[in-house]
Design a protein around this ligand. Structure first.
Ligand code: ATP
Ligand code: MG
Length: 156
């Protein structure tokens, strides 16, 4: 197992959009993106640009109250979760996480709410905010994911 980390600074929301699209382009069925960051860090913003890039969805509401929103692409479904309101990790099973983690692409806000249920092999994305600047720390323990990421950022 490796511990690979890539730090990317987004000075504007437009930079965040470009990053989300770049990551969306390397997403594969079975990928779980755990989005860490405090209130207003930019988890939903990142997810929205990611989903917009891969689907024709016009409206991409934050799943704050519904807990999950689903989308379809030609290659996989996308499950966008917001776990903030979960009272216990077990409640997440009712949101189809087993199925989503295995056969779709999952974007998970507030993943710390379901820590014991997260797969070991995931994309960890931590967002730190100062003003309009966002520092994205992308982490993976998978050699294969590291290679996908490095190939995508070859020219940076
Ligand atoms: N560089 C940037 N990248 C992303 N968002 C930015 C940036 N600069 C400013 N913003 C703003 O920061 C806010 C981020 O809000 P967002 O709803 O995405 O946060 P969140 O992490 O999902 O919060 P919550 O925990 O409440 O779900 C948005 O209003 C967005 O326009
Ligand atoms: Mg949010």
């Amino acid at each position: 197992m490796i511990n690979y980390q890539k730090k990317i600074t987004c000075l504007t929301e437009q930079d965040t959009k470009a990053l989300a699209e770049k990551i969306a382009d390397i997403a594969q069925k079975g990928d779980v993106f755990a989005l860490y960051g405090t209130l207003g860090a930019g988890k939903s913003t990142f997810a929205r640009y990611f989903i917009q890039h891969l689907t024709s969805a016009q409206d991409i509401p934050s799943p704050t109250f519904t807990l999950v929103q689903t989308y379809e692409t030609s290659l996989f479904d996308i499950y966008h979760y917001d776990m903030y309101r979960l009272k216990s990790p077990e409640e997440a099973y009712e949101l189809d996480i087993e199925d989503a983690f295995y056969s779709a692409v999952s974007l998970v806000e507030w993943p710390e709410k379901i820590s014991p249920l997260l797969p070991r092999d995931l994309w960890k994305i931590s967002i730190e905010a100062t003003g309009n600047n966002r520092i994205f720390v992308l982490e993976t323990t998978s050699q294969e994911k590291k290679q996908r990421l490095e190939r995508q950022f070859l020219n940076e």
